[in-house]
Write a new protein. Structure first.
Length: 312
């Protein structure tokens, strides 16, 4: 659940950059082809002090982004290629804040998100190919905050997020990754009245489907990873009134499918091939906490999650 939420959060960053607007209910076809052979780089250095309000910091380097939110019978064909990689770095010192604090460094090769509300039938064909090095670095210092604190370093090769509804749905995904996806989070968090959540995630291929079909739905997934996703966390947390969560996760191939109870017949075909070292390393020191503490380091080659299937 943590990883799925993270992937959707990273995709929302991309949707701000490139969004296809909603259209009236009718039959439509969208063909999108994107190729990026140059590196994307983003760096944000911040000193934040004495703020009476929320603080949100984002450094995002993205090679290709596609987003659509469409009503009506629809076919989407999306092809994305990147060949150089991306680097995102966020350096932040934050002190004396009355409000929530969030800091995100995201390096992403190919991102696609689609919301399909079909009158009858909807179709999506997604192909993503990422070759290169994708690095996300978050260096975060936080002191004296009244509010929740979250920090995320996410390096993702290929990402697909789909929400689809209609009578019949045909959803196809193919993702290929060859390169390094490396996330690193270095954080020192002190004196917080609120929850603290820190995540370092390196993901080669990720696909998420939320489906509601009154008749039938077909989901076909093929993912392959060849070189290494690695996630690192070096975290110190002290004096927190609230829960503390630290997650360090490296995943080669991830598929999540969920259907609402109204969905009738569902067929899912998934193939995941991993030929990459997958590594997660966390060094965590947590002291003086009034609340629950959770720390996780997870290295996963292939992962499939299916929930709420009524007829499989």
């Amino acid at each position: 659940m943590t990883i799925k939420t993270l992937c959707m959060g990273a995709c929302s960053v991309l949707a701000i950059i490139g969004t296809a607007g909603a259209a009236s209910a009718q039959s439509q076809t969208i063909n999108n082809v994107q190729g990026n052979w140059a590196q994307a780089r983003a760096q944000l250095n911040s000193e934040i002090d004495n703020i009476n309000g929320d603080v949100s910091l984002t450094s995002a380097a993205i090679n290709n982004s596609f987003s659509a939110d469409i009503a009506g019978d629809l076919q989407i064909n999306n092809s994305q290629y990147t060949g150089r990689g991306s680097d995102a770095e966020l350096n932040a010192n934050i002190d004396d804040v009355v409000g929530e604090v969030s800091a995100t460094a995201a390096a992403i090769g190919n991102s696609a998100s689609a919301v399909i509300n079909a009158d009858e039938y909807g179709s999506l064909n997604n192909y993503q190919r990422a070759i290169g090095n994708f690095n996300a670095d978050l260096n975060l210092g936080v002191d004296d905050v009244v509010g929740d604190v979250s920090g995320t370093a996410a390096a993702i090769g290929n990402s697909l997020s789909v929400e689809a509804a209609g009578e019949g749905l045909n959803l196809n995904n193919r993702q290929f990754f060859r390169g390094d996806a490396v996330s690193e989070l270095n954080g020192h968090i002190d004196d917080v009245t609120g929850e603290v959540s820190l995540t370092s995630a390196a993901i080669a291929n990720s696909a998420s489907f939320e489906v509601e079909a009154t008749d039938w739905a077909n989901v076909n997934n093929y993912q392959t990873t060849n070189i290494d996703p690695r996630a690192y966390s070096n975290v110190g947390v002290d004096d927190v009134v609230g829960d503390v969560t630290s997650t360090t996760a490296a995943i080669s191939n991830s598929l999540s499918v969920s259907t609402l109870p109204a969905t009738a017949d569902v067929q899912i075909n998934s193939t995941q091939l991993n030929n990459a070292f997958t590594g997660a390393e966390a060094n965590v020191t947590i002291t003086d906490i009034t609340g629950n503490v959770s720390a996780t380091a997870a290295a996963i080659g292939n992962s499939v999650s299916v929930s709420d299937i009524t007829d499989f």
